[in-house]
Design a protein. Structure first.
Length: 346
């Protein structure tokens, strides 16, 4: 087992990376494990065997991005109240990014905040969403618009949980790994071009977390460089919202969003055509989608303004300058953005 430490202005905690589920969670008060039926059916008995606590309760919510709502948060809180958890209690998020985000939010507001631990079971959650303390839920206006920063006490990323992950879910996680490489590490991108993630799991997970740790350590609350981690997300979140979170997985929307961002970056001469093609080729090698047909470019454009990164009516776009570097821009003309959207409406 290897360990990476996340150190922010407010806290410090370990991210444990291992190839088996032989880790131990010890807590001298009550523990509430929150999962979904699929993950619980496959792995819950393994997790419970690793928890030593005064009392352990289990709460399950439906699986899927469409259930990342305040209703799910209310249900988790009801589970906690009905089992009389107090401020010394611990929540455990056991699942993918949806579970992690919801549980992180619920634990952050339960009795004004209790501790929680992340045990991510998808590749996307292990390399990205379980680390960094961003929590939240979706609503009709957009993705993750209700939430808070609430750092976990620890993260346990075990590759053994990925053995039951569907290929499509696995690929969705790879998109976040590629995102990290494009933005921050050219050599890592070159490694990904010639090596398969599934054959180098522990290394790719550790490398991605190391990159994210460096960013989060500098900018915990996304006031600057951390916004660069949203490469592909500005476009991707709009796609998710307009398709009702049902057509694509989150990582698939990020993949399409990266290609859209690359198209804009190319028009601004930030990135070369060759680099743009390399990124698309790598995404496509994992059968990730790189195109979504936009029905109405103006409706799509207006949806950008629900994005958390937009300020004072200025849209913020995260764009690659070249492989291994990224630029955050908030002064791109509307006409140029619409020109990009038109290319995805044909």
């Amino acid at each position: 087992m290897s360990q990476i430490t996340i150190s922010t202005q407010t806290t410090s905690y370990p991210v444990h990376i291992s190839e088996n589920e032989n880790f131990e969670i010890i807590h001298n008060a009550k523990v509430l494990v929150v999962s979904n039926p699929r993950v619980a059916g496959l792995h819950l008995s393994k997790l419970l065997a690793n928890i030593s606590a005064k009392e352990v309760y289990v709460c399950t919510i439906p699986d899927g991005e469409q259930y990342k709502t305040m209703q799910s948060v209310e249900y988790i809180l009801e589970c906690a109240f009905s089992n009389k958890l107090d401020r010394s209690s611990l929540f455990v998020a056991f699942g993918g990014g949806v579970i992690g985000d919801i549980v992180g939010f619920a634990s952050g507001i339960y009795q004004r905040g209790v501790g929680f631990i992340q045990v991510p079971t998808t590749l996307l959650a292990q390399v990205d969403s379980s680390v960094g303390g961003k929590t939240g839920v979706n609503n009709g206006f957009g993705k993750n618009l209700i939430g808070l920063f609430h750092q976990p006490q620890a993260v346990y990323a075990s590759t053994s949980f990925l053995s039951t992950l569907p290929k499509r879910e696995f690929a969705a996680g790879v998109s976040e790994i590629i995102k990290m490489a494009v933005c921050f590490d050219k050599e890592f991108f070159r490694f990904l071009e010639s090596n398969r993630v599934e054959e180098n799991l522990a290394y790719c997970i550790a490398k991605s977390i190391e990159i994210k740790a460096r960013v989060v350590n500098q900018d915990e609350r996304e006031q600057g460089i951390r916004a660069a981690l949203n490469y592909g997300h500005t476009f991707g979140h709009v796609i998710e919202n307009l398709t009702g979170y049902r057509n694509y997985l989150h990582g698939e929307c990020v993949s399409i969003g990266m290609v859209m961002a690359n198209t804009l970056a190319y028009k601004l001469s930030y990135i070369s055509k060759e680099e743009m093609q390399k990124i698309s080729k790598l995404l496509e090698s994992y059968n990730l989608p790189t195109y979504h047909k936009i029905a109405d470019c103006h409706i799509f454009y207006e949806k950008f303004f629900s994005d958390k990164k937009s300020r004072d009516s200025n849209l913020t776009f995260v764009l690659p300058e070249h492989l291994g570097a990224v630029k955050i821009s908030n002064d791109i003309p509307k006409e140029l953005v619409l020109e990009v959207l038109e290319e995805f409406s044909k």
